[in-house]
Design a protein around this ligand. Structure first.
Ligand code: 6PG
Length: 257
């Protein structure tokens, strides 16, 4: 499903409302809401709206459990470059989430390399979701938020990278793509993204138009445009895009004469 918003502000508002609705649905059905946040500037606007009235009061924070779809391999204190740092500034430090046991950041503290942090995060997921083997059937998030890079990447699944072809692990490390900062990444893999009950892409801005058109084209190759590999097996896929990003989707076909 695709919703075309007038601009990035409307997209952020719709995404925040969708988050609140998904949270209530999950808590009503299963007593808790598990969400994997995206990094980047597009979701940040949505997070800021979630941290303000009325949505701040509407969301079931006491039953919400926050994870990350990807993370930069930077020291824990590097709040400027990490996705958890952005999420804390924009959202997590401003809503009544219980003080412990509700935010699961990728731990880069003792990891000598991104691979170690990825392995540790997979074990974090296995423990939370009660799965003994972090390479078996993937955990099922209620909601996964994703952005889209100008190059068609999503999370930290970058074009041409080995992480695109990993189907037996939930979390892997990846060298940096073209996205700054130029640091290694830790990312959820396609099996986890595609196991989610609901996946929502947030795509705004003129610069995203070529990538969005390429990703949504029939037969798009996930190796070249990784976001095309996000196809939830049993969940729903929603594209929240603004008009600028959508401009390439409905280009008039060339006239025959
Ligand atoms: C990150 C994100 C990344 C982001 C896209 C889109 O680590 O920055 O996970 O995948 O979602 O690059 O970012 P914008 O929303 O800022 O365009």
């Amino acid at each position: 499903m695709m919703t075309i918003c007038a601009d990035a502000d409307e997209l952020a508002a719709r995404a925040a409302d969708l988050f609140v609705q998904a949270a209530h649905n999950a808590v009503a059905a299963r007593g808790r809401f598990t969400v994997a946040l995206a990094g980047g500037s597009t979701p940040e606007a949505m997070y800021r709206l979630l941290a303000q009235a009325p949505r701040r009061e509407q969301a079931p924070w006491a039953d919400t459990f926050v994870f990350f779809g990807d993370e930069r391999f930077v020291p824990p204190g590097d709040e400027q470059r990490s996705n958890v740092g952005m999420a804390r500034r924009a959202l997590l430090d401003h809503v009544p989430l219980p003080a412990t046991g509700h935010v699961f950041a990728v731990d880069t503290t003792n990891a000598p390399r991104a691979e170690a942090a990825a392995h540790a995060y997979a074990n974090t997921l296995a423990a939370f979701f009660g799965r003994p083997d972090p390479s078996g059937p993937p955990p099922v998030f209620d909601l996964v938020l994703l952005g889209l890079g100008d190059d068609g990447h999503t999370a930290s699944l970058f074009p041409g990278m080995p992480a695109l072809h990993v189907n037996d692990r939930w979390v892997v490390a990846s060298p940096p793509g073209v996205l700054p900062p130029p640091v290694d990444r830790i990312t959820l893999t396609f099996p986890v993204l595609n196991a989610a009950r609901q996946v929502v892409f947030l795509v705004a801005g003129d610069k995203k138009a070529p990538a969005l058109a390429a990703v949504l084209q029939n037969g798009a190759d996930p190796s070249a445009h990784p976001a095309a590999g996000v196809r939830p097996a049993n969940g729903t896929l929603t594209w929240l895009v603004d008009e600028a990003a959508a401009r390439g989707l409905f280009r008039e076909p060339p006239r025959p004469y």
